[in-house]
Design a protein around this ligand. Structure first.
Ligand code: ZN
Ligand code: FE
Length: 241
């Protein structure tokens, strides 16, 4: 991999992704909930942050924007459809647009539902995608500003990416998601095996992210929902689980 991707755990369960492209020496942050730990991590590696990419407007994804920009002069790219709610944005993007980090290009995908303008950044050459709060390990984002039908379309769209694509989501929700997933699909052996490994990892305090598209296709009850109606039923059941 040309990119170096560092996981920074912040707040109770957020992951901020610090991404370095060694050729250009550009460094980018995905969804900085806060600024200080991100600036400290970059500094400890001798990296200067040149960009922020936001997937959606929620404060636990944009809260560090202003302070990181003030400290570094970085350029902030995020969803066009949420520009009013992210006043620090410099560059507004939507599906079909490309975003560059040095020699690497990401395609912007629209994945509305958790928020109305939620986007994802797919770095196809690196087999990586930054999905914010749309796809989680064995879960999906809550439907705050969209519908189950939109989230179903998102799951189909993401599920068509190559199976080896690494999925960088923004929260460590894996164990709680897996507990519900086992209720939704009690006979799924791949899911049972995955949960055994997750419980061991979490007991040791280890992160379970990134995941992969293939692993989600095998174990995620939202990606595996066979209709928007089934996704809606599962989302409601998980909300009340
Ligand atoms: Zn969110
Ligand atoms: Fe979030």
């Amino acid at each position: 991999m040309a990119l170096e991707i560092i996981r920074i755990p912040v707040l109770s369960d957020n992951y901020v992704w610090l991404v370095h492209e060694p050729e250009s020496k550009e460094t980018m942050v995905v969804d900085p909930a806060v600024a200080d730990p991100v600036l400290a991590e970059a500094q400890s590696r001798g990296w200067t942050i040149t960009q922020i990419w936001n997937t959606h407007w929620h404060p636990d994804h944009t809260g560090g924007n202003a302070a990181i920009k003030a400290a570094t002069g970085c350029k902030i790219t995020g969803p066009e459809a949420e520009k009013e709610r992210i006043p620090t944005l410099d560059v507004m993007v939507k599906e079909g647009d490309a975003v560059r980090l040095g020699s690497v290009t990401a395609a912007v995908l629209d994945v509305p539902a958790h928020t109305a303008g939620h986007i994802a950044f797919h770095v196809g050459d690196e087999q990586a995608i930054f999905v914010g709060d749309t796809l989680f390990a064995m879960g999906c984002g809550r439907l705050f500003e969209g519908t189950a039908a939109q989230m179903y379309d998102n799951m189909q769209k993401l599920g068509q990416l190559p199976g080896e694509t690494m999925v960088y989501c923004a929260h460590e929700y894996t164990q709680a998601n897996g507990e519900y997933a086992l209720v939704a699909e009690p006979d799924n052996l791949a899911l049972k095996e995955r949960m055994d490994a997750v419980l061991i990892a979490r007991a040791k305090g280890e992160a379970t992210i990134p995941t992969t598209i293939a692993l989600e296709a095998a174990t995620n009850p939202f990606m595996r929902a066979n209709s928007a109606e089934q996704l809606a039923e599962r989302r409601e059941a998980k909300d009340n689980f």
